[in-house]
Design a protein around this ligand. Structure first.
Ligand SMILES: [Zn+2]
Length: 192
């Protein structure tokens, strides 16, 4: 398939966006490459610790550090005591951090169980939307001469009109809106 650039009206310097990205003979410059890259993967649902769990973990780390410091300071003073006392004394500073970490873990588990999973980033709707973005992205062409992207007529789906010349800065946004127009709930049925 060849496509004609809407800006210079010639096909000779046009390549599919995916080919342009993989072309090692004429590599794209970094800014252009970034703008034309495939749509990003949505972050998996349920990732990331909650603020409370992070705060508790940090607190635990601080107490743990204080415990280590006090051990270093008090080592010689313990020389005359029996082993059980020494063990208790040595372990003491680490009890609080362990309790804090346990609370942090509980907070995290409770939070994850409560979160509704229906509208998460990894939900079927999100996966379907990502697939649509990818379909549109794959239909994109680049004119190397004009440094513009475009979508030839019916390249996104049958009956879908050709796009104008798209500056690379607007390409990611264009992919999203074209996906919405072509496959979204308001998309017109295919006329064949
Ligand atoms: Zn052109």
């Amino acid at each position: 398939m060849s496509a004609t650039c809407p800006q210079c009206a010639t096909p000779d310097r046009s390549v599919p966006v995916s080919h342009a990205l993989g072309d090692t003979a004429q590599p794209l410059d970094e800014p252009l490459r970034a703008l034309l890259s495939p749509p990003p993967e949505p972050p998996p649902a349920g990732e990331g610790l909650s603020g409370a769990a992070i705060a508790l973990s940090v607190l635990a780390a601080v107490f743990c550090l204080l415990g280590v410091l006090s051990l270093v300071r008090n080592r010689e003073e313990l020389a005359g005591y029996d082993p059980a006392y020494r063990t208790g004394y040595l372990m003491g500073p680490f009890v609080l951090p362990l309790i804090l970490l346990a609370i942090a873990a509980i907070v995290e588990v409770v939070k994850r169980n409560r979160r509704p999973r229906v509208s998460g980033a990894g939900s079927p709707e999100e996966v379907a939307r990502r697939k649509q973005h990818l379909l549109v992205w794959q239909a994109g062409w680049l004119c190397r001469r004009c440094r513009v992207a475009y979508f030839p007529e019916e390249s996104i789906r049958p009956g879908f009109p050709a796009s104008p010349a798209i500056p690379p800065e607007q390409f990611p946004f264009w992919v999203m809106t074209a996906a919405e127009r072509a496959f979204g709930p308001d998309a017109r049925p295919v006329v064949s």
